[in-house]
Ligand binder design. Structure first.
Ligand SMILES: [Zn+2]
Length: 265
């Protein structure tokens, strides 16, 4: 059975050599990479896999963090060496344009295991994309130290972008699902989002703002939460049953929508 060493990239938040900080979107790479690392290891252990946490919390500089990471990973000598990161770009979307920038995986272009790493990396990207992130694919790099200096089959997972509101919103609603998607991929399994726990049993969704009053009455009757349809789509929330108010073909106008909603009472 293959073994896995996993680490969060960088030093902890607030220390020298920490990861990306995006205060506007309340997104702290080093905090989140540790969350995902812990969860992936938890899921792997549930499946009776050997998984080790090699995160470094006491680096004295960015270079020292990288030295210590390579040492920790190589001391364990697992089959796979994986580092969890979050991306950042100059194009910043703090408003949300409805599209994520997405997820990507990096490997060392000179690795003798390139084909095998690419295969697993592709599965990681496609598993995470099932949650709604754009699949940016697997990319080769010739210079990243973590990839060059760890002796296992090595990859960096850039989960999503800290500087894009769509990425951050979807990420925050799906932390555990993302960790499960990664843990499944590491074991060669296709992630099935339908099997995951639903956040609510039932929810009322309203289409336009004019439909909100009808939605309130229906949600009260059904004793369940309600939300705007467009917000629900990007929230990452999952519901067993959705009651839709407005936006259907029979809802010709707001008055007809109200009449149709009354039938649900
Ligand atoms: Zn990073």
């Amino acid at each position: 059975m293959e073994t896995f060493s996993i680490s969060g990239g960088h030093n902890p938040d607030g220390k020298v050599g920490c990861g990306t900080v995006n205060k506007k979107l309340d997104m702290y790479e080093s905090t989140e990479d540790r969350y995902i690392t812990n969860k992936v290891i938890e899921y792997l252990k549930k499946d009776n896999r050997k998984a080790y946490n090699c995160t470094v919390n006491n680096g004295t500089s960015q270079g020292d963090v990288l030295d210590k990471l390579a040492d920790k990973h190589n001391d364990i000598g697992a089959d796979w060496d994986i580092s969890i990161h979050f991306n950042d770009v100059n194009h910043k979307d703090y408003v949300g344009d409805g599209a994520t920038i997405g997820t990507e995986v990096w490997y060392y272009s000179g690795s003798k295991h390139a084909a095998e790493i690419k295969e697993k990396g592709n599965l990681i990207c496609s598993n995470i994309s099932k949650i709604g992130f754009r699949n940016r694919g697997v990319k080769a790099h010739s210079g990243l130290r973590f990839l060059k200096e760890t002796h296992g089959k090595s990859m960096i997972i850039e989960v999503c972008f800290c500087c894009d509101k769509d990425d951050v919103t979807l990420y925050k609603a799906n932390r555990d699902n993302i960790a499960k998607a990664i843990a499944d991929a590491l074991q060669g399994k296709v992630y099935n989002p339908k099997k995951e726990v639903k956040d609510v049993d039932k929810i009322v969704l309203y289409h336009g703002d004019a439909d909100v009053f009808a939605a309130i009455v229906v949600a009260q009757k059904h004793k369940c939460p309600m939300m705007k349809e467009s917000d629900f789509k990007i929230s990452g929330l999952k519901a067993k049953e959705v009651v839709q108010i407005g936006g259907k073909s029979e809802d010709a106008n707001r008055f007809q929508t109200f009449k149709n909603a009354a039938k649900l009472l």
